[in-house]
Design a protein around this ligand. Structure first.
Ligand code: SF4
Length: 255
């Protein structure tokens, strides 16, 4: 089925009163490339391109682009795609300019983020702001997002089914922002984005990586640095390399 036919089918379902779609058929033989769809025999994640959940309209690729980040944020405020919705106070979608050249991706919201709906507002947030300032970056010039948008209870690590449910939102954020570089903070972000399960120390030595043609750098989560001060020296080494890369690629001017 072509993407156009598929869209028409979905629109027909919408006209018939459909408000959400259960995508149990999570693999479908469609490949999207530059807005053209071809039937392929490889596996394609439908959930990457269509968000389906109660209280959320069906959103196709084209609609995502039209909506932009902020309308999309409104669209998913009541997302119920995974169990983290139950204990959510506020969904933490992300923060920063849609035109940001640099995207920072971390694990998920903590207690203060759950209350405010903003990423990195607690102690770890202050440290992140200082880490950025140390390499001549303002928070206002980067886009900050998380792997999961709702707080896991007691700040536990998000489960794989929760990550899988939420990743399409992050993937759409990346597609809309089109950052020139991504910085991953912490193990969950590294595993989820790079599928690299090695210890961070090993991963750091092999960076940068590439995610969908975007260079990716990694370092420790600021909360880990607050727990273990001995990691700060390594994080500073990562940030210096990251800063040098930004300057080398013209993403950021030297001081
Ligand atoms: S974590 Fe993501 S997928 Fe789960 S309810 Fe929140 S927004 Fe939806």
């Amino acid at each position: 089925m072509s993407l156009r036919s598929f869209k028409q089918y979905i629109e027909l379902l919408q006209l018939s009163g459909l408000s959400y779609l259960v995508t149990d058929f999570n693999k479908i033989n469609i490949k999207v490339e530059k807005n053209k769809a071809e039937i392929e025999d490889d596996n394609y994640e439908l959930s990457d391109h269509i968000v389906c959940s109660p209280n959320t309209d069906v959103i196709t690729d084209e609609k995502f682009d039209e909506l932009g980040l902020y309308k999309l944020k409104d669209k998913i405020q009541d997302c119920q795609k995974c169990g983290l919705a139950k204990s959510r106070l506020k969904l933490v979608y992300g923060e920063g300019p849609q035109t940001a050249k640099i995207m920072i991706i971390s694990e998920g919201p903590g207690a203060e983020e759950n209350i405010t709906g903003r990423p990195f507002v607690g102690e770890a947030g202050k440290l992140l702001t200082n880490m950025l300032a140390a390499i001549n970056l303002q928070r206002s010039e980067v886009y900050i997002a998380n792997i999961v948008k709702c707080r896991p209870p007691k700040n536990r690590t998000p489960q794989q089914n929760e990550i899988d449910a939420c990743m399409p939102y992050l993937q759409q954020q990346i597609r809309i922002i089109q950052p020139q570089v991504i910085l991953l903070l912490g193990k969950t972000a590294i595993i989820s984005m790079l599928k690299n399960t090695h210890p961070i120390d090993t991963v750091r030595d092999a960076q940068p990586f590439i995610y969908q043609n975007i260079p990716v750098w990694v370092t420790y989560h600021p909360a880990a640095l607050l727990r273990d001060k001995s990691l700060k020296r390594k994080a500073w080494a990562d940030l210096q390399k990251f800063r040098d890369f930004l300057i080398e690629k013209g993403i950021k001017e030297a001081l």
